[in-house]
Design a binder for this molecule. Structure first.
Ligand SMILES: [Zn+2]
Ligand SMILES: [Zn+2]
Length: 353
């Protein structure tokens, strides 16, 4: 079978590699891949900035945004051949720490967790893969075209869970949310906001391409003129920051209304300084009882929540998030950048080709 692999730490090592098909261990599902999504993390791995090969291996199979169809499942696993499945990315650390011990491996404290396609475990960008039944999530059979959005949706479902928990420390009936960034994470965060009946605002820089229409067709409001112009019509109760743009992160924290919750999901490059009026930011956070939280990764509960979000969403709208779809031979094209691009996906469904 073919797999997309890199030598972690070596630039330009991303390649299509011929490998033996994996053998399912006891309790594993054997899965025929349908597609794998490409995100910023994959680009960082391809650029040799991130990623660790499995112990003893030179190459790492990349891919953490999976979608496949079960070929073979153990009896009593709850899965059957033909089921549409997604594999969870992270596995708990071996100690385990207190968080991993209760299934909150997305909040591991010792950093010894492993991740499919990222850290010490081969990923899902191969024509066939295996996954422990306990770390596989079944999807609505109607989601074959868009189920590859499941992993980013799980990350967003976790961000919303964090907002709920933090807001829940007192009276909390939010009416509005500002999402900064109209990439896949931002748009999926906006989708959940709309599903919750909130007044949803999405901020991005572009004025053309698919993003403004994707926001409008969700029933949300698109803004491209900066946060100030957006908040003059009312400060949002919640901000979900999905750009990691340093300046915008601070503007977002300052933009919320009283008892605002800001959830940061984007990763900023280190080493860039921005000018911030730290005094007024501190004043605002204290005097409004504001909260700021960072959120990364997702556990099994978040995948279950994400499966419900996708099942309820408009399939055509979800399909429009996938703005580039390439066969595995043309994987390069999924790694390119483009302002109008939302989500690039590599097709692995060779049976259909
Ligand atoms: Zn990703
Ligand atoms: Zn842990």
């Amino acid at each position: 079978m073919r797999a997309l692999t890199v030598i972690p730490g070596r630039k330009r090592s991303l390649a299509l590699t011929e490998m033996p098909e994996p053998e399912p261990a006891e309790g594993d599902l054997l899965v025929d891949a349908l597609a794998v999504g490409v995100c910023g993390t994959d680009k960082e791995i391809a650029d040799a900035e991130y990623g660790t090969a499995p112990p003893g291996a030179d190459r790492l199979v990349i891919g953490h945004e999976s979608l496949g169809r079960v070929r073979q499942a153990p009896d009593g696993s709850g899965f059957a051949p033909g089921d549409l499945v997604v594999g969870v990315v992270r596995r708990p650390d071996p100690v385990p720490c207190g968080a991993c011990a209760i299934g909150r491996f997305d909040e591991c404290r010792n950093g010894r967790y492993t991740e499919r396609g990222i850290k010490q475990l081969d990923g899902y960008a191969s024509e066939v893969w295996t996954v422990e039944a306990d770390y596989a999530v079944k999807l609505d059979p109607g989601l074959a075209e868009v189920g590859v959005l499941m992993e980013p949706t799980s990350v967003v479902a976790k961000a919303w869970e964090q907002v709920d928990k933090i807001g829940g420390r007192s009276w909390f009936e939010p009416k509005s949310v500002l999402v900064t960034g109209a990439g896949p994470i931002g748009l999926l965060a906006a989708l959940i906001g709309v599903q919750r009946g909130l007044d949803v605002h999405v901020l991005d820089l572009v004025t053309d391409g698919p993003k403004p229409d994707l926001v409008a067709d969700l029933g949300a409001t698109y803004h491209h003129e900066g946060i100030d112009s957006m908040v003059k019509d009312g400060e949002p109760d919640i901000v979900i920051e999905a750009t990691g743009a340093s300046q915008l992160v601070f503007e977002a924290i300052g933009a919320t209304g009283a008892f605002g919750v800001t959830c940061l999901t984007g990763v900023s490059p280190a080493g860039r300084s921005v000018n911030v009026d730290a005094g007024s930011l501190n004043r605002e956070v204290v005097l409004e009882n504001d909260a700021v939280v960072g959120s990364v990764n997702a556990n099994l509960e978040h995948y279950a929540a994400a499966a419900r979000v996708l099942a309820e969403a408009d399939r055509d709208w979800l399909a429009r998030l996938i703005t580039r779809r390439v066969p595995i031979e043309r994987f390069d094209e999924a790694f390119g950048v483009g302002g109008g691009n939302v989500k690039a996906v590599i097709d692995l469904d060779t049976a259909a080709a």
